[in-house]
Design a protein around this ligand. Structure first.
Ligand code: GCU
Length: 607
């Protein structure tokens, strides 16, 4: 009897397999670690010849994959052997770093590339465990150690880890990773985006060594309804995690709380203090927090603040604030391609500060962790975004699981960062019943996993009752979010700049309005009159008139204009002006300030 269930069960199996990564280890900064950053050998493999046999069957699904599988790193043993690859004779790519800007021949490459790193490793304690931790790799990673599959991760902007303990040797380990950055309709993001599809191991890789039982995760944040209570929860990883003693110590508050884990290795509770120095924009105070068991100890720097909305106000520690922001893509200002380093983060956020900002929208995907830890130190509020962008496959279960998994990973990684105040579910997604269900599930999941932060999304706006001069939010997800955000381009995609003077906004929600995008393209150094597109004067005039228009919105509580710096996009090909760059930055890709930069800076300085 033909089984109709098999394909269905297979789909569930493959879906679960793809998204059943091991639980994320957080705060790797303060753990025993060995960096694997540096030069890795690589093989470009557009036909995935190292992954599938000639009948297109995956080698790693076979009992004995055979030496043709690249992840076996096979070598010729005698002169008659047939081996058609050799990592050690190949060129190298730097990790972290996208491959597009490292090799001219890979600038437009979208496909699979194999990376190999050889290393020796002696554990400091024989009973310890060892994990490999990837800060991110775009887009799909298949990871192998010494010829054995560790697992697969899908999602180009969130961390993941796999345990190596049982496979690790003292010498000659080889870690092999297949990175596939092909865009796919059912992926997250989908086929169509307005940014460069940088592929590769785009952020750092490190080995983490832990005791047999270790502190895997913790969530320590101020109760958003009670600013004298710090809620604490977390969990251990290991075989004897039940009934383990855990202490959380905040020396400056003179408080140590003791816990005993339950059978799942979890612990939770709270501490109270009337002496908390609250984290804020002007005083970004971070407490040293020590978490320890009898076998493991970890330290973090955590800020305590509340964030909430009340009617149209956004309240930071109970005070209404205006979010003086700018949007950022994750591109380096000094080197080319994907930003990934502390230095990249400093350059970007220092430019943000020079612009007079107290807030950044990290578009359109989770940025590297350095950005969040630096924002914590600099007192910059942050909107983090899941790459649910434009025309996602709303009805595909695997697509939803993928989006949910990526959102879960960024919340796990950044839930202790005071700077993060908003989780964004999506950007400019066409409204439909299926899209509403998809986003509502993500929002419900987010509120359950992290009840301390606000939820938003770049919603859809339209003409009110067909009148082109009255604009409104036309999006049922507006009822779900805490903050109403939307991208509007009156004066660029929607009419000329004079239209800003005639537009009225009709927004019948008692919620804060945050304009997540507005802007215009300008080529740095191109000057002319303010009616001539692509001149700095046109962009400058659009900023001036847009800000006047937005100030008329009663619930207007902030903006993150599009965008800090010009960024690469394959959609932007106008010769002598764009040449593969989206020119809406208020600074050029080299950080050169355009005239609009000063309009925005002046507006914020007088807000
Ligand atoms: C959209 C989108 C951005 C895009 C921008 C533009 O609003 O959110 O990702 O780059 O418009 O057209 O420049």
């Amino acid at each position: 009897m033909k089984s109709y269930f098999f394909p269905f069960l297979f789909l569930i199996g493959i879906t679960n397999f793809l998204f059943s990564q091991e639980k994320l280890i957080i705060n790797t900064y303060n753990r025993q670690q060995t960096s694997l950053n540096g030069y890795w050998k690589y093989i470009v493999d557009p036909y995935e010849n190292g992954f599938y046999n000639y009948r297109y069957e995956a080698f790693d699904k076979q009992e004995k994959p055979g030496r043709a599988a690249y992840f076996t790193n096979s070598k010729r043993k005698n002169k008659s052997d047939l081996i058609e690859y050799d990592f050690d004779k190949m060129d190298s790519l730097r990790v972290p770093g996208d491959w597009n800007t490292q090799k001219e021949k890979l600038f437009y490459y979208e496909g699979s590339t194999w990376y190999k790193k050889s290393f020796d490793y002696i554990k400091s304690e024989s009973k310890n465990r060892v994990f490999v931790y990837f800060e991110a790799a775009n887009y799909k990673a298949d990871v192998y150690l010494n010829g054995e599959k560790l697992g697969t991760h899908v999602g180009g902007f969130t961390p993941f880890n796999f345990e190596l303990t049982k496979l690790l040797k003292n010498e000659d380990n080889f870690l092999i990773v297949k990175i596939d950055n092909k865009r796919e309709k059912d992926a997250v993001p989908t086929l169509n985006t307005d940014w460069w599809n940088y592929g590769g191991i785009t952020r750092g890789v490190k080995l983490i060594e832990t005791p047999p039982n270790f502190i895997e995760d913790y969530f320590i944040q101020l109760n958003s309804e009670d600013n004298e209570e710090i809620n604490i929860s977390g969990n251990l990883n290991g075989v004897s995690k039940n009934k383990q003693k855990v202490s959380v110590d905040i020396p400056e508050l003179g408080i140590t709380k003791h816990f005993v884990t339950n059978k799942d290795g979890s612990f939770s509770g709270s501490i109270r203090s009337k002496n908390i120095k609250y984290w804020s924009i002007n005083t970004p105070y971070l407490y040293t927090v020590n978490i320890a068991t009898t076998k493991d100890a970890i330290t973090d720097q955590i800020g305590f603040r509340t964030i909430a909305t009340k009617g149209a106000d956004i309240l930071l520690n109970g005070e209404s604030i205006f979010l003086k922001g700018i949007s950022i893509h994750e591109e380096s200002l000094s080197s080319k391609g994907r930003a990934h380093s502390v230095n990249d983060a400093k350059e970007l956020l220092q430019t943000v500060k020079k612009l007079g900002c107290n807030y950044v929208r990290l578009a359109h995907y989770p940025h590297n962790e350095h950005m969040l830890r630096l924002a914590d130190q600099m007192g910059i509020l942050v909107w983090e975004e899941n790459p649910v962008y434009w025309t996602i496959s709303w009805e595909n279960q695997q697509t939803y699981k993928n989006a949910n998994n990526q959102l879960s990973e960024v919340i796990s990684r950044d839930k202790n960062r005071a700077s993060v105040i908003i989780w964004s579910m999506a950007n400019e997604t066409p409204t439909s019943a299926e899209r509403y269900v998809f986003l509502k599930k993500l929002a419900d999941f987010t509120r359950k996993k992290d009840p301390t932060r606000l939820i938003s999304a770049a919603l859809e706006q339209s003409n009110f009752e067909g009148n082109p001069l009255i604009k409104t939010i036309h999006d049922d997800f507006a009822n779900v979010v805490d903050i109403l955000s939307f991208n509007q381009y009156v004066g660029w995609y929607d009419g000329g700049i004079e239209k800003c003077k005639t537009i009225k906004w009709k927004i019948d929600y008692d919620k804060p309005v945050l304009i997540s995008e507005f802007g215009a393209g300008a080529k740095f150094g191109l000057h002319g009159d303010k009616e001539t597109r692509w001149t700095e004067e046109y962009q400058e005039y659009l900023y001036t008139e847009t800000l006047k228009m937005l100030d008329q919105i009663e619930q207007f509580r902030g903006a993150s204009p599009w965008i800090l710096a010009d960024f690469r996009s394959p959609r932007r090909v106008l010769p002598e002006i764009q040449d593969g760059w989206n020119r809406k930055g208020v600074v050029s890709e080299k950080g050169e300030k355009k005239k609009a930069f000063f309009v925005l800076k002046n507006y914020y300085n007088n807000k």
